[in-house]
Design a protein around this ligand. Structure first.
Ligand code: FAD
Length: 412
């Protein structure tokens, strides 16, 4: 009987384990934590957005530069396959108003419980509190137990699915980067993705508005040399130390590029994206006698207190009186981002094993018989179910590749 080791018991690793075991391979999963799938379970606290229902032509570009490389995996195990797989585990899914797909229970616990039971039935051994630390000189995998003992294992195939580096207390800490680098495998540096951005608000603004949403805004990251303009609409959340939320996360790569180039990124916030500056100026032209600036802005433009205060924040409290100037400001309030929030609070990780290091089966070219899946690979995507979808899909494809490799081995 062929043997496989999967390192990492997250969605990518467990999917690879299921696929391999369902064809009769003896699979052992090693995870450094006392229980597997901790990040998946945490994602369940937010309702578990498993995937997205939009068509392939909209879905694929969410993966940006990695879309072409991920396409075969997303075709092999796409959103419909994922939904059918969930249903097979007793978790029917539904499409929310935004097109996002969730399990009916809105939780991860029932899914994970059913999945672990299925894996047990397939004979998958899950070895907990086992940390993979690299390879012995003869190629054996080195695994350290909780009491510090080192075991060496020599499976026929290996799938590495150790995750990225966000939320390290859940198990994935990016410690594998150095291990792979020692073997000459190129890794794009891991960076926070889907993460809040640091803004130095005045104390008064932070005190009063932390936790308040800037509703229906359009955020723009201006272009620069070699960088195109990036624009996203949605609700952004003011926090004590910055700004976060879906549109901020979606602009993450553009903001990081601006930070790399200039050390800061001036985010432009359009508070009234559905109206042109001329329309706003016309509304502002009718200021009533003795009307305060706040009342004027609320009445003429319908701005919330958090938005009015943002205008003041950007001008040091000196709002322009001229309607045209105020309208122009409301269309592009400058918010200076100084840094991304730390990776340990990020939802996901950008960077990872470079695509040139793996073949179309996700096998490491330098280590034949060893495959890579999940967030370890160099891709990023916004929130919306795209992260889990690609993790499951690459786990599936890595296992298919491993099965092909085993078949080749047998024939050889
Ligand atoms: C708060 C939060 C909410 C999220 N919500 C969503 C959501 O709703 N929808 C969505 O699509 N995505 C969501 N995500 C992202 C999603 O959870 C991840 O993209 C996904 O879990 C990545 O899967 P993975 O298998 O590649 O890695 P992981 O899930 O990180 O699993 C990697 C596993 O490898 C183990 N490991 C690491 N190093 C070693 C080692 N040296 N030896 C042994 N084991 C090791 C870890 O313990 C871990 O169990 C969320 C993430 C967070 C943090």
């Amino acid at each position: 009987m062929s043997t496989a080791v999967v390192v990492g018991g997250g969605p990518a690793g467990l999917m690879a384990a299921e696929r391999l075991a369902s064809t009769g391979v003896a699979v052992t999963v090693y995870d450094r934590m006392p229980s597997p799938a901790r990040k998946l379970l945490l994602a369940g606290h937010g309702g578990l957005n498993l995937t997205h229902s939009e068509g392939r032509e909209r879905f694929l570009p969410r993966y940006g530069e990695a879309a072409d490389r991920l396409a075969p995996a997303l075709d092999a195990f796409g959103p419909d396959d994922l939904r059918a797989w969930c249903a097979g585990l007793g978790e029917e899914t539904f499409v929310g108003t935004s097109g996002r797909v969730f399990p009916r229970s809105f939780r991860a616990t029932p899914l994970v419980r059913a999945w672990l039971a299925r894996l047990g039935d397939l004979g998958v051994r899950i070895e907990r509190r086992r940390t993979w630390t690299g390879w012995a000189p003869d190629g054996a995998l080195r695994v350290t137990t909780a009491d510090g003992a080192v075991e060496e294992v020599r499976p026929d195939v290996t799938v590495l699915a150790l995750g990225g580096a966000s939320w390290p207390r859940l198990g994935s800490d990016g410690g594998w980067v150095g291990t792979l680098a020692e073997r000459g495998i190129a890794v794009t540096p891991l960076r926070p993705a889907n993460v809040g951005m640091c803004v130095t608000w005045s104390v008064g603004y932070a005190d009063r508005f932390a936790g308040s949403p800037l509703k229906h805004v359009r955020l723009t990251v201006p272009g620069g040399p070699g960088r195109s303009v990036a624009v996203v609409r949605g609700d952004a959340m003011v926090t004590r130390t910055g700004i976060e939320g879906g549109p901020v996360y979606a602009l993450g790569a553009a903001i990081r590029a601006a930070l790399d180039a200039d050390g800061r990124c001036v985010l432009e916030v359009d508070l009234r994206p559905d109206q042109g500056a001329d329309q706003l100026a016309a509304r502002l032209a009718r200021r009533r006698p003795k009307e305060s600036a706040s009342t004027w802005l609320r009445r003429a433009l319908g701005l919330d207190p958090v938005a009015v205060a943002l205008l003041r924040e950007a001008t040091g409290g000196a709002l322009p009186d001229a309607p045209e100037a105020l309208a122009a400001l409301a269309k592009a309030v400058p918010v200076v981002v100084t840094a991304t929030m730390p990776i340990d609070r990020a939802i996901s990780t950008a960077g990872g094993v470079e695509w040139s290091e793996v073949d179309e089966h996700l096998m490491l070219r330098r280590l034949p018989g060893t495959f890579v899946a999940g967030e370890m690979l160099d891709w990023e995507a916004p929130t919306g179910g795209y992260l889990l979808q690609a993790s499951f899909a690459t786990g599936f494809v890595a296992a298919q590749g491993a099965l092909g490799w085993l078949a080749r081995d047998t024939r050889g």
